[in-house]
Design a protein around this ligand. Structure first.
Ligand code: NAP
Length: 314
């Protein structure tokens, strides 16, 4: 099968197209024929060695988290899926596997693809939509009527987060740059803070929750903008926050939380319902054939993408 191999850490030049054998599945695994995948910052952070502490001396041989595709073969103990099912899901991003024509995966890490989405659209979602859903629903436990601040509301995660928060009945203030204001409004943001002109920290005691997808402000800075009892969830925690955050939360009314996304069939099922009800729409910024993976990584690494980058494998 065709796959993008990563034998060493480095810039996008370490990504090499190759022919290798298909994975062999065990009893509890499923073989997926991958139709499309997507680029997340996670993959180039793993590729360039930023996450070596978790990935070890060499990177995973095949990177890639998101996928959409078709069930090709099931292990003997699999009951929830059958050959031919159209599915979408996410690997463990630190282990990868999705930049290939076939991948093997456990059945609790993917779900039936939303029927109204193409394979490209479905592949743009699993990481960003699960990150946004798990941050808002599981971590912040937002509810109808809450006012939510979304820092970085036009990126892959932020653009889905705005739509999920609106679908849950929240009022959303989105933080973006001047050029992306109209896009942020089109996603449903009720209020915009243009970070090029305004200070997002100036509205004191305003938000029930903050979802920070950028990591350019500390919890100490965000705290004053939260209402009493508010929660700030970040995708980019500092090491002290990872080590001590949950202990410190025991002694403070405003809580700092971290999202570390993990693929869940249950969450993908809930997200599918939101897509099928047209409460949220995928936002694809660019589509590349898998052969142009280097260009796709270089583009993502600039940090300016509005929506998602999709990679077509088949
Ligand atoms: N912990 C987890 O489980 C988890 C999961 C998923 C992602 N992440 C992390 O979350 C971060 C976001 O991921 P992503 O996929 O959304 O990235 P992305 O799509 O690459 O984000 C790019 C977007 O960020 C905006 N942006 C850049 N600087 C900004 C600023 N100062 N204020 C507001 N917006 C700004 C850009 O718009 P402008 O050019 O207009 O500024 C662009 O639209 C990454 O660091 C990623 O690694 C973590």
């Amino acid at each position: 099968m065709k796959a993008i191999l990563t034998k060493e850490y480095g810039n996008a030049d370490v990504l090499k197209l190759a022919e290798i054998d298909k994975p062999i599945i065990g009893d509890g695994e499923v073989l997926i024929q991958v139709i499309s995948t997507s680029v997340n910052p996670m993959e180039w952070k793993v590729r360039n060695g930023e996450m070596k502490m978790m990935t070890g001396k060499t990177p995973p041989e095949i990177l890639g988290s998101d996928f959409s595709g078709i069930v090709s073969k099931i292990g003997s103990s699999i009951t929830g899926f059958k050959k031919g099912d159209e599915v979408y899901g996410m690997t463990d991003g630190l282990k990868g596997g999705a930049y290939a024509e076939y991948l093997k995966i456990n059945e609790d890490m993917f779900a039936i693809k939303p029927g109204n989405l193409s394979f490209d659209e479905a592949a743009s979602l699993p990481m960003v939509a699960q990150t946004a859903y798990q941050a808002l629903v599981h971590k912040a436990q937002v509810k109808k009527g809450d006012h939510i601040l979304i820092n970085g509301c036009t990126g892959g995660v932020g653009s889905v987060a705005v739509q999920i928060a609106k679908a849950l009945g929240c009022t959303v203030t989105g933080v973006c740059s001047t050029k992306n204001i109209e896009f942020a409004k089109s996603l449903g943001a009720d209020h915009i803070i243009d970070y090029k002109k305004d200070d997002l920290l100036e509205n004191e005691n305003s938000y029930d929750s903050i979802f920070d997808t950028i990591g350019n402000h500390s919890f100490a800075e965000f705290k004053k903008t939260l209402k009493a009892g508010g929660v700030c969830v970040t995708t980019s925690p500092t090491i002290p926050a990872m080590l001590f955050g949950s202990v410190l939360n025991l002694f403070r009314s405003k809580k700092a939380k971290i999202i570390m996304v993990a693929s869940s069939k249950q969450d993908l099922d809930a997200i599918r319902t939101m897509f099928q009800n047209a409460q949220i729409k995928p936002q694809i910024a660019h589509t590349f054939p898998i052969e142009e993976i280097k260009d796709a990584h270089n583009l993502s690494e600039k940090g300016r993408v509005v929506g998602k980058i999709v990679l077509k494998i088949q």
